[in-house]
Design a protein around this ligand. Sequence first.
Ligand SMILES: *[C@@H]1O[C@H](CO)[C@@H](O)[C@H](O)[C@H]1NC(C)=O
Ligand SMILES: *[C@@H]1O[C@H](CO)[C@@H](O)[C@H](O)[C@H]1NC(C)=O
Ligand SMILES: *[C@@H]1O[C@H](CO)[C@@H](O)[C@H](O)[C@H]1NC(C)=O
Length: 382
Amino acid sequence: MLSFRRALVAAAFIITALYFITRSTSPTASPIAVEYPKSESNPESNPPSDPRQQSDSTASSSNDAVLASEHRHHQQQQTSPEGQQTLRDTSRMTLYDKLEYHFPYDVETKFPAYIWQTWKWTPAHGEFQFRDQEATWTDQHPGFVHEVITDQVAVHLIRLLYASVPEVLEAYDALPLPVLKADFFRYLILLARGGIYSDIDTYAIRSALEWIPSSVPREAVGLVIGIEADPDRPDWKDWYSRRIQFCQWTIQAKPGHPVLRQVVSRITNQTLTRKREGSLKGLNNKSVIEFTGPALWTDIVFEYFNDPRYFDMTQSSGLIDWKNFTGMENSRRVGDVVVLPITSFSPGVEQMGSKDYDDPMAFVKHDFEGTWKPESERHIGD
Ligand SMILES: *[C@@H]1O[C@H](CO)[C@@H](O)[C@H](O)[C@H]1NC(C)=O
Ligand SMILES: *[C@@H]1O[C@H](CO)[C@@H](O)[C@H](O)[C@H]1NC(C)=O
Ligand SMILES: *[C@@H]1O[C@H](CO)[C@@H](O)[C@H](O)[C@H]1NC(C)=O
C-alpha cells in the first residue's frame, strides 16, 4: 500500500511531468506531436479530399462511411478569440460551462500521446499481474507517456486537475464503489488531459496511430470509440442494456471533448443529487452500467450526435440512433467522432459480427479479468 505522502508525491510528479511535456516547445520533449502514418488496414480506393463533402457513402459502401455528410458538424467556438483565456468569474456558470472554460476543446490539436491505465498496483509492484498486457501498449506506442495509476494516486491527481471545479471532487469522493470511481476516473483524465484510456486487462494489437482510417483528417477528429455490443436478436434486452452499446474500456480523445464534458457533468450532477437525498447507498453493482458505465456512455454519445449545439439538425436527414451503426464493418465518422466497428475493440467474441484477433480491423483485445465489473456487464459466454 502506498502511503498518503508517497501517493501525493507521485501525483505531483505526474502533474509536473505533464506540465513540462505539454508546455515545452523543444522538439525533443514533445511526444504529443505525433504524426499518424498512413493506415494500411483500411485501403481507400478513392479517398475524398474532404470526407464531409461526400454525400452518398453511408448506404452500402464498404469504405469508411461518413455519416456526417448531411449531418453537419458545427465547428465549436473557442472560449475567447485568440485562444487566450481571460479570467472570469466562474461561480455562476453551470457545471458544463465551467468545465468548458477550464478544459477548452480544440479539435485541430493533435491527439495527446498519453496512455492512461489504472490498477491496484503499479507495474513495479510484485503483485502486478498484467505485465504482458501492459507491455503491448508500451511496445506499440514508442514515445508515448504511459501511466498506470493506482487508486491512491488517482485521488490526488483528480484533486490537482479539478481543484477549480470542487463539485467534481465532491462527487468523486462521494461515489460509493471502486468500480464507479474507476469509471469516473477515465472520463476525468481524458477530459483534462486527453490521450488513450484503456483498462489494464487489454492488449494493444495495433498502434493507436492506425486506428483512424488514413482518409480521415486527424485535425477533424476529437474522439475515437468502439462498439461493445450489437446484439441482432429478438431477446437482446435480456443480455444488454442498449441495442448498440459503445464500450468504455478503451477510448481515445482530445482534451475537452464535449462528450466527456457532458458525461462528467451528468455523473457529477447525479452523484450530488443522490448525496443530497441520502440515496447514494442505493447504488450497487447492478447500478454501474447505467450510472457511470457503458449505458450512460452510449446514451451521451447519441445525445451528442443529435445535439443542435454541435450539429446542424436542420440539414440532417434524420436522428442518429443505433440503426446507423448496426452491422458496420468499417469505421464511420459522425462530425468529430470516429466509431470503430465491433471487431476493433471487441475482436474474437465470436458473435455480433465480430471478427477474429488477426483481422486488420482488430485493434485491442479485452480480457474482462482486471475490471471490477459485475457479471451482468460482461459479454455472453465470457
Ligand atoms: C442537477 O442539474 C439540474 C438541472 O440542470 C439542476 O437543477 C440541479 O440543481 C443539479 N443538481 C446538483 C446537485 O447540482
Ligand atoms: C441514420 O439512419 C436513418 C435511418 O435509420 C436515416 O434516415 C438517416 O439519414 C441516417 N443518418 C445519417 C446522418 O446518415
Ligand atoms: C460487487 O462486485 C465486486 C467485483 O465483482 C465484488 O467484489 C463485490 O463483492 C460485489 N459487491 C456486491 C455487493 O455484490
